[in-house]
Design a protein around this ligand. Sequence first.
Ligand code: KIV
Length: 265
Amino acid sequence: MTTVASVREQDEAVTVLTAYDATTAELVEAVGIDVILVGDSLGNATLGYDSTLPVTMDDVARATDAVARATDDALVVADLPFLSYGVDTAQSIENAGRLLKESGAQAVKIESGPHTVELTERLTQLGIPVMAHLGLTPQHVHGIGGYTRQGTTEERAAEIVHLAEAHQEAGAFSLVLEHVPREVGKAVTEAVEMPVIGIGAGPDTDGQVLVVDDAVGLSASVPPFAEAFGDVRAEMREAIEAYRDAVVSGAFPAEEHSHSEGLDL
Ligand code: KIV
């Protein structure tokens, strides 16, 4: 939290990646990524849904448990899934608290709007740090008509800046800003003191976040603002094919994969 909060003094970009399991979290932390986000993107990335809407508290809690167990230094932020907040204040607080109390997250992320300012303030007062999320908020996919770029008019851009300020005022410690024109990324970053973590928001934010499956090249396709820095999908496919061929041909298991106790059976 301190690293993230002091990023502007240190003049070094904050690095954020998602992870949904212990093995990935271990690798992400080992290379020194600052923040691990247990995003509700796990719905698309690992559960086979075509949106994040079906993701449940149990899904996020279980993934957060695994990530937190594998992590010592990185800040673990868990996403509040669709309708786990905002319906009822007490339930929103309990759900957010569960991710800290039981699953080991240190903060929660909330897809934000005018309706989350009050909740952000309440959670912050209770000791639950909040990362806000503006711009494209995928839980609103049906309301906004797809995963489209946001803040594309001056009026809409000004709304985003205003909401960023309101969430900072309410106590948010950081903000994810998704799929907006780069000038909106710059304007929001200049308007607030909390670190702004961009995803498709241009180069002027304080840090960047990507879905890990996109970053390593495991996803079948990546959004236009993302980059695959590897080709894990091809590597996995090759390894799986090699395994299948070895079993079919009898090359696996080889001598070294078996042992004998000299049993007389
Ligand atoms: O759910 C998620 O992983 C996210 C990031 C893409 C910012 O919200």
